[in-house]
Ligand binder design. Structure first.
Ligand code: ADP
Ligand code: MG
Length: 253
């Protein structure tokens, strides 16, 4: 579980728009690595490239020794990658618990068909995953919301459900696309503690994408700064926030 994600010379063009240019990054296991940059910098595009949702124009993406840039989104999820989306993507009519069970499905052995047929082995598995989903809800302080439709929850709680769904499959690498956007400092701090715990206790590699510099500098020992598809700075929080190119990029946006 201690493999690092490595981006090497990753480029992506959309027609004439250079969304990523020769990006080099490392996301090690057991740590929260930050990726910041103004709107339109190319942050979400990088996640779409890593997760196989978009093909690269050129470059290499490796997980440990393995080249993964040619894998499908499905294969990459099987390899232990999970993400959350900048815009919440829950099944609004389904309950909170049902939304989480979808996350668990990604690593379950029995097929969805076996589940529908109610085969005994899959019934046992459903029991197990339901218990695990309820434990996850407990840990996020949301056990009492299990049977609520997702749409009935407040925004901050919907974000938490999305987060839980992503970590239900116990990914080796988790990518969070602006997870605390729209949250106050207390809510952000609570989620931050959960991210730290996932990385430190479970060894998960986390790529934290944020527009909010204050939150990222609190969460990460190492931060990459993207602007116009290029890494313009990287290093410790102190190095990054005192870098004139970073200040210019943020003041300009
Ligand atoms: N699917 C796409 N097709 C065309 N252009 C895109 C697409 N996705 C992103 N872009 C462009 O790539 C640039 C980077 O966007 P994005 O990765 O969303 O930035 P960020 O997440 O940092 O705000 C922007 O100029 C955006 O308009
Ligand atoms: Mg984005």
């Amino acid at each position: 579980m201690s493999k690092a994600l490595i981006l090497d010379g990753v480029s992506k063009n959309f027609g004439g728009v250079v969304a990523a240019h020769e990006v080099r990054m490392q996301v090690p296991a057991g740590r929260v690595t930050g990726l910041i940059g103004p709107n339109g910098a190319g942050k979400t595009t990088l996640v779409n490239l890593i997760t196989g949702m978009l093909p690269l124009t050129s470059g290499s993406i490796r997980f440990g020794e393995d080249e993964i840039s040619q894998l499908s989104a499905h294969e990459i999820s099987r390899a232990g990658f999970a993400r959350t989306f900048q815009n919440i993507r829950l099944l609004k009519e389904a309950t909170v618990l049902e939304n989480l069970l979808i996350g668990f499905h990604q690593r379950e052995s029995s097929s969805l068909l076996a589940n529908l047929l109610g085969l005994p082995a899959s019934r046992r598995e459903t029991r197990r995953t339901t218990d695990a989903a309820l434990a996850l809800l407990e840990r996020f302080g949301m056990r009492h919301f299990a049977d609520f439709p997702a749409a009935a929850l407040a925004y901050g709680h919907q974000r938490r459900v999305e987060m839980m769904r992503a970590i239900a499959s116990e990914p080796a690498l988790l990518m969070l696309d602006e997870p605390v956007a729209g949250m106050n400092d207390v809510e952000a701090g609570e989620l931050g503690d959960i991210f730290k715990n996932l990385s430190q206790q479970q060894g998960m590699g986390i790529l934290l994408i944020e527009h909010n510099i204050r939150f990222v500098t609190k969460m990460c020992e190492y931060i990459y700064v993207l602007d116009g598809g290029r890494i313009i700075a990287e290093g410790s929080p102190d190095q990054v926030v005192s870098n004139p190119a970073v200040i210019a990029a943020y003041l300009g946006s």
